[in-house]
Write a protein that binds this ligand. Structure first.
Ligand code: GLY
Length: 362
């Protein structure tokens, strides 16, 4: 059983969510002679299965193994991928397939978008985070020494296959961390997600059950709607917040990742950022006490962190000021004017920021 969410942004493509659906890759490769399969070592079994399916369909498979996690998003690794495609005689008709977590889907999307100025890309995300966020919406890129995602392009895949059986071998902490992005869309857009995470928490964490794929589907639907309305993150129609709403919790979250030298899982840092943004909106009179309590309760239910070191504030403030999302010198936060009503708050007063941090620091 699988379900499909259609994304209509730049081009229209299907995100298929379900079990044992890797064979659905074949129609997406129509007309291709070669497939460059970019994968990380931890999912080599999935890559082998996808490779066998493609070979049975008469496609020459060019496997390109890249490092796990952020280690894959470098200019050096991108260079190796381009060389592999070049050596295999890759043409415009051929396809790139990215198999792995968010770092690998970002890298594969970037390689596909830049090879011959753009070839088809198919993504097979293998983490909750990649399924609900990284692989959807066409943000692709690599990191430089100066920061994350500084080099990249907006380029949509031709299809995304979220096979939840690929989550079975992941540590529970990885599933929990990925759910931070699901919590995020629940708080910004879909109250039913929050309700299910609060009431049916153990089902939500069960990779064999039906609730997790359904939560993934609903989170993908939110993301599809948002990127459909504002693909390039320039803002929605009539002043609507648009794609920037997806950055809820990320301003402080990115700063925490920076201060932890990227050793923290992304979702864990975002979770603390969600709590901070909730407190900030409360102190600014935008969100009521019940709304803040919902942040605390849902993060606790899922098992995500919501506090950070008290002494870290100066370093976090500096990192937030440097974040590319701050746009110029003005700090800007996505906050909620009530649950499921995200908006931008430019340059909140310093004493409110300090008080919000005080409320989440331990
Ligand atoms: N991860 C945020 C976005 O895709 O816009």
């Amino acid at each position: 059983m699988s379900t499909t969410v259609q994304v209509s942004a730049e081009r229209s493509y299907a995100v298929v969510i379900g079990r044992d659906l890797l064979a659905e890759i074949v129609p997406l490769t129509e007309g291709a002679t070669r497939a460059g399969v970019i994968f990380q070592p931890s999912v080599q079994d999935v890559a082998r299965r996808v490779g066998a399916i493609l070979e049975r369909a008469g496609i020459d498979v060019v496997p390109v193994e890249v490092p796990d996690a952020e280690g894959s998003k470098t200019a050096e690794v991108a260079g190796r991928c381009w060389s592999a495609l070049g050596a295999a005689g890759f043409t415009r008709n051929d396809v790139v397939v990215g198999i792995g977590g968010g770092a690998v889907t970002d890298l594969a999307g970037f390689i596909a978008a830049t090879w011959l100025r753009g070839v088809r890309c198919i993504l097979v995300p293998t983490s909750v985070l990649a399924m609900v966020d990284a692989a959807i919406g066409g943000k692709t890129g690599i990191n430089t020494r100066e920061g994350k995602n500084l080099v990249g392009v907006f380029s949509s895949p031709v299809g995304v296959l979220c096979d939840v059986t690929t989550l079975s071998d992941l540590p529970r902490a990885e599933i929990v961390s990925g759910l931070a992005e699901v919590v995020k869309v629940g708080l910004t857009s879909d109250a039913t997600i929050v309700a299910d995470l609060l009431v049916r928490t153990s089902d939500a964490l069960d990779v064999e059950g039906d609730l997790l794929p359904d939560l993934i589907r609903r989170a993908v639907q939110v993301k599809a709607d948002v990127v459909g309305a504002d693909f390039r993150e320039v803002g929605g129609a009539n002043g609507a917040i648009g794609r920037e709403a997806l950055n809820y919790g990320h301003t402080l979250g990115h700063a925490i990742e920076h201060c932890e030298d990227y050793t923290w899982r992304h979702g864990n840092a975002v979770a603390v950022g969600l709590m901070f943004a909730g407190q900030l909106a409360f102190l600014g009179g935008r969100l009521d006490a019940e709304g803040v309590e919902t942040h605390r309760a849902v993060l606790d239910a899922v098992g995500l962190p919501r506090t950070y070191r008290r002494d870290a504030w100066p370093a976090l403030l500096e990192a937030m000021s440097l974040d590319k999302k701050s746009r110029g010198t003005t700090l800007r936060f996505v906050v909620l004017d009530g649950l499921q009503n995200p908006t931008i708050w430019r340059a909140p007063e310093q004493d409110l920021l300090v008080a919000a941090y005080d409320a989440i620091s331990a």
